[in-house]
Write a protein that binds this ligand. Structure first.
Ligand SMILES: Nc1ncnc2c1ncn2[C@@H]1O[C@H](COP(=O)(O)OP(=O)(O)OP(=O)(O)O)[C@@H](O)[C@H]1O
Length: 307
């Protein structure tokens, strides 16, 4: 087994009566990307901040690059990069000044001008932090996390609020980091981000791990995990359609006119659905047979209620 970049065992963190992290264990192998997913308040940021050495744990074991962040923070700091949720900086500092300041703390920094260019911040180099757009602040925060050539990077919701172009750029950077052997632990609410980038996904809920594996393991580990999706006019009688299908199939209309059948999808099932639609004079469009998405797995494990 390769060496771990992060190893947590039975991690516990309480805030008064709230148990934010409740016996959480996970492992990020060196050179890999781990995505930590979970609903709001699941304990992701708290877990990441304990790994970064910014929060003290109440129980469990934590090893980050072989060190304990609670006691070895000074030795760990130059080896890790941190992009906190929401960023933050002195409002008057100019983008290039801020990056230069962070670079000055590193033994062998990446050229700040190059990073500014790669992250599309060239036109904003002399803009004070408070005047940068939210997306520019995010990208500057990412630049600050990377400028010290870290061995391990923590990215807390790195693409929150970014436009699609900037999101793609961040994804490319994460892939480039991985190709360079950098380990990445990221939190995200964007399932496509986890599917695109992560070698390993850990889903947490109420401070506990509820699923752990590669994206393909999580979406395909059950034999009944296939789905048939199609579009048709809204409000089809799903109870009646169900009678034409095997008992273990479930049908849902998550948004009007979009249908999802989950179960053992075989040729007979596809034929039964289209035949039933034909009997109703309904054209089933955009038929697609595939695996459950990571989002389906996530909702199944963590529920659909808002937190
Ligand atoms: N400093 C704090 N004081 C008190 N409670 C806190 C503190 N920080 C976090 N919590 C609580 O701990 C729980 C976990 O919060 P955390 O921010 O780690 O969740 P999260 O998974 O990162 O959520 P989100 O997706 O909304 O960012 C929540 O109930 C939160 O209210």
């Amino acid at each position: 087994m390769s060496e771990s970049a992060v190893e947590l065992s039975g991690l516990v963190k309480r805030f008064g009566a709230t148990t934010a992290v409740d016996g959480l264990s996970l492992r990020l192998a060196r050179g890999q990307v781990l995505a930590l997913l979970g609903p709001n308040g699941a304990g992701k940021t708290t877990t990441v901040e304990i790994c970064e050495g910014f929060q003290r744990r109440d129980g469990g074991e934590v090893r980050v690059l072989g060190l304990d962040p609670a006691t070895d923070h000074e030795r760990l700091r130059p080896r890790i990069g941190v992009m906190p949720q929401g960023g933050g900086a002195y409002p008057g500092v100019r983008a290039e000044e801020m990056l230069a300041l962070v670079a000055a703390c590193a033994a062998d920094p990446i050229d700040p001008a190059w990073l500014i260019d790669v992250l599309g911040l060239d036109g904003a180099r002399r803009t004070p932090y408070k005047r940068l757009s939210g997306g520019q602040q995010q990208r500057l925060s990412l630049a600050c996390a990377l400028v010290g050539r870290p061995e391990l990077v923590f990215l807390d919701e790195p693409t929150a609020g970014l436009d699609p172009q900037a999101r793609r750029l961040v994804w490319e950077l994460v892939r480039a980091l991985r190709a360079d052997g950098v380990s990445v632990l990221l939190t995200t609410h964007v399932m496509a981000e986890a599917e695109e980038l992560a070698d390993h996904v850990v889903i947490v809920d109420r401070g506990r791990v509820v699923a752990d594996g590669s994206p393909s393991q999580l979406t395909a580990e059950r034999p009944d995990s296939a789905q048939l999706r199609f579009r048709a006019r809204a409000g089809l009688d799903l109870t009646e359609l169900c009678t034409a299908l095997p008992a273990d199939c479930t049908l849902d209309e998550p948004t009007p006119g979009a249908y999802v059948l989950t179960g053992r999808v075989d040729p007979q099932v596809v034929s039964a659905v289209t035949a039933w639609c034909a009997q109703q004079g309904v054209l089933a469009e955009e038929l697609h047979v595939g695996r459950r998405s990571l989002e389906d797995v996530f909702l199944e494990l963590t529920g659909k209620e808002l937190r």
